[in-house]
Design a binder for this molecule. Structure first.
Ligand SMILES: Cc1cc2nc3c(=O)[nH]c(=O)nc-3n(C[C@H](O)[C@H](O)[C@H](O)COP(=O)(O)OP(=O)(O)OC[C@H]3O[C@@H](n4cnc5c(N)ncnc54)[C@H](O)[C@@H]3O)c2cc1C
Length: 283
């Protein structure tokens, strides 16, 4: 399909990009890698009057470590995240996104700003308790991942604002694992689960975070399962008992691939597997 007509600008500074968004009004949209927005435009599910391409804005891509966290530019591609093993969980998750072509164009910021609950990276930001930096006409603000994802394809990024950075806590010493259930390797997740586990000196679970993908209209934490495991031994029985509660409080949408009940089953099974793997990998 051919998209509706639109204007296009590629400003060379953040201020100019914000100005273009302001002048373009509510029908102006930011363009990052284009791998979610352009397909929607081709299907005429989105018809922005202006695209403000961020590719020439300096300082929006790359990864730096500072103060125990990684500062990730929103224009950092999935393939760059995949190639950076220091990013731990985020790196192994990026490797599961679509195929090499998509990973070379698609960006972590685009994925987070798009707010699709089936995308892989939002649940990672949620489980790691990351923070998003958003800049707009009113200045800059920090939004915790727990407050960022508001509803299906709806995030805390308002019209006229740009996601300018992601802060991902390094979580040194945590074991991590990711399991994504799909029919073909490059497909979106039917359900996916990530886990981060920290072991106490006596081998019990000091901390655990479980992120769920495609189990509701936003990415979710499996908080009941986390609470069931925290402070318990990291043995197969405790892990299995906690994982049984992984679907508590979720409301997964049924679709062509899976009923809500099947998705809840997947969340429990995948949670057990990632918890076992993350516990085994924890320092
Ligand atoms: C065939 C195919 C398969 C895919 N499979 C997967 C998959 O398995 N898992 C997965 O997670 N993703 C998948 N994707 C999506 C892919 O990861 C996209 O790259 C990603 O969702 C969006 O990133 P983008 O850079 O392409 O953003 P764009 O498409 O350019 O933008 C997406 C949205 O975010 C907004 N936006 C982008 N950047 C910013 C910013 N800095 N500030 C404010 N708003 C911004 C745009 O205005 C737009 O609304 C797939 C895509 C395709 C085409």
């Amino acid at each position: 399909m051919i998209p509706a007509e639109f204007d296009y600008v590629a400003p060379d500074s953040l201020d100019a990009a914000l100005g273009a968004l302001r002048d373009g009004g509510e029908d102006a949209k930011v363009l990052a890698g284009g791998h979610s927005l352009i397909p929607l435009m081709k299907l005429r599910l989105a018809a922005p009057s202006l695209l403000v391409d961020l590719r020439r804005v300096p300082g929006l891509s790359g990864v730096q470590r500072e103060n125990g966290a990684f500062r990730i530019g929103p224009m950092t591609t999935h393939s760059a995240v995949e190639a950076n093993a220091d990013l731990g969980l985020a790196s192994i998750v990026a490797a599961t996104i679509a195929d090499a072509q998509v990973r070379h164009r698609g960006t972590i910021g685009g994925s987070i700003a798009h707010g699709d609950p089936a995308s892989d990276m939002p649940a990672v930001m949620l489980a790691a308790e990351g923070t998003m930096t958003v800049r707009g006409p009113g200045g800059e603000r920090q939004v915790a991942a727990a407050d960022f994802f508001r509803d299906y394809l709806t995030t805390a990024v308002e019209d006229g604002e740009i996601l300018t950075g992601l802060t991902l806590p390094a979580l040194d010493g945590y074991g991590f694992a990711y399991r994504k259930f799909n029919r073909r390797r490059e497909d979106w997740a039917m359900v996916a689960v990530c886990a981060l586990v920290k072991k106490a000196g006596d081998g019990s679970c000091e901390d655990v975070r479980i992120g769920l993908t495609n189990m509701g209209s936003v990415p979710l934490r499996a908080s009941t399962a986390e609470a069931a495991l925290r402070g318990r031994p990291l043995d197969p029985d405790s892990i299995a008992a906690a994982a049984e509660q992984a679907a508590e409080g979720t409301d997964p949408p049924g679709d062509l691939n899976a009923t809500p009940d099947y998705k809840r089953h997947l969340a429990r099974v995948l949670s057990r597997r990632v918890l076992e793997e993350a516990a085994a990998a924890a320092a």
